[in-house]
Design a protein around this ligand. Structure first.
Ligand SMILES: [Zn+2]
Length: 437
């Protein structure tokens, strides 16, 4: 019986078909003997963390995959803040923020360049100029995280239910900041939207006039003259992962949002930085997972390299990155495929098309389940199309984790109530019957 599931999460793996790749996806076109071996020796399926056709960001896809509902999601700004170790308090709101280059057309701010290539010194100096702002009881504090990126924390009578100013689409205007329609009559949401407008206006005027930007313009470089914001979040209570699923979780990754998500769910975190060798990075993370395997029921091993390759809109680049990851997995796992204690799942959080305008897209991703006793199907290759013909069929949302519990021999027979809460795992955290009063 497997005791630990190692969940290899190849972020943004799914893609579309390209004629110059023989009408295949980057995964289909890539030479991946080890991933194919895992698929051939296991059970395969097509996974989507929500509904097919929905384009999910990594944080929402992971949240759903870990068995949580959209209404429990605290917002990415908060998760990233947590991942960066920011000092945030209940009631405060955290937004993703960064410096951009904007022009002004009839008063509207037009996004010209998402992230101007300011030097570390320039970025730090510009951010310092707009670091703090306060009016009418609401304050904003811009924490630099990396380069021109940061987290904007807001305090006072604030609400996270406000829209994004960042459109992420150069050539068009930034968006007006408004309360969500569902919160349109909430005074806090209205006041937050108004205050954020005032801060962003202040930041643009201040940055546009800043000597660092004047010098950049004089050198023919684009100024980093606006703060843009998106995906506000705030602290909310949530049931810990080990309580909801009966297993302890560990996440091994490089990105702040994954560190933040794991901390939010009370999973343990190992931060492992990226190098320019993605295959070696993944092999090292799998090695750590194997070392720690006896201590956890689920170990999430994450790599962001395919998603980043796809965002460069180059299918060939993504194909080569997939091949590097395949080599890394072989290096780390080839000697462990017969380990009866390990259940291996290889999948992704969402598709990231390496052409076209979409950031992520809504197709399913392949999933392979490998371990002692799993049903063997006829799939021989690990790809979006081949896995969709596998024995697991279509898996949605928390079905992935339920399937993992099932293969760890922990799924509860429905109707058994060994605890007051109807948990999905068995045995539950039972209270002993005693004749002592
Ligand atoms: Zn992702």
């Amino acid at each position: 019986m497997a005791k630990t599931c190692i969940l290899i999460l190849l972020d943004g793996l799914g893609d579309r078909s390209y004629s110059f790749l023989g009408n295949g996806t980057p995964l289909e076109a890539a030479h991946t003997p080890f991933l194919d071996r895992i698929a051939a020796q296991g059970s395969c399926g097509a996974f989507h963390a929500a509904l097919q056709g929905q384009a999910l960001p990594s944080e929402n896809a992971h949240f759903a995959m870990f068995g949580y509902q959209p209404e429990e999601f605290p917002g990415r700004g908060f998760l990233e803040g947590l991942g960066w170790g920011l000092d945030m308090h209940p009631g405060e709101v955290a937004l993703l923020a960064h410096l951009s280059y904007v022009s002004v057309h009839h008063g509207a701010l037009i996004l010209e360049e998402k992230r101007p290539d300011a030097s570390p010194e320039e970025a730090a100096e510009l951010i310092r100029a707009v670091e703090n702002w306060r009016a009418d009881g609401i304050w904003f504090r811009f924490h630099q995280t990396r380069g021109v990126d940061g987290i904007l924390v807001a305090g006072g009578p604030v609400s996270r239910f406000i829209t994004d100013s960042d459109t992420m689409m150069p050539g068009g205007p930034l968006c007006a900041v408004r309360p969500w329609a569902s919160q349109a009559h909430d005074p806090k949401a209205r006041k937050t939207a108004k205050a954020l407008y005032a801060y962003l206006r202040f930041a643009h005027l201040k940055l546009d006039d800043h000597p660092v930007n004047k010098n950049r313009c004089a050198r023919g470089e684009s100024p980093a003259n606006a703060v843009v914001t998106q995906r506000a979040g705030a602290y909310s209570g949530v049931e810990p992962f080990h309580h909801r699923w009966g297993i302890r979780g560990l996440s091994i990754s490089s990105g702040a949002v994954y560190h933040g998500l794991a901390r939010f769910l009370d999973m343990d975190v190992i931060k492992d930085s990226d190098t320019d060798q993605p295959g070696d990075d993944l092999a090292r993370r799998v090695g750590i997972a194997l070392e720690k395997s006896g201590q956890y029921g689920l170990i999430h091993v994450h790599t962001k390299v395919l998603d980043e390759a796809a965002h460069k809109k180059d299918p060939n680049l993504k194909m080569r990155a997939i091949e590097a990851l395949d080599k890394g997995l072989e290096q780390a796992l080839a000697g462990h495929l017969d380990d009866p204690d390990i259940l291996l799942v290889v999948t992704s959080d969402h598709s990231t098309p390496s052409s076209g305008p979409l950031i992520h897209s809504g197709e399913t991703v392949p999933l392979a389940l490998h371990g002692q006793g799993v049903r063997l199907d006829h799939v021989r290759a690990f790809s979006e199309i081949a896995c969709a013909r596998g024995a697991l069929g279509q898996l949605r949302g928390k079905e992935c984790l339920l399937t993992i519990l099932d293969n760890l021999e922990m799924s509860k027979l429905q109707g058994i109530m060994d605890t007051p809460e109807d948990q999905p795992y068995w045995p539950g955290n039972r209270e002993s019957f005693t004749i002592l009063k």
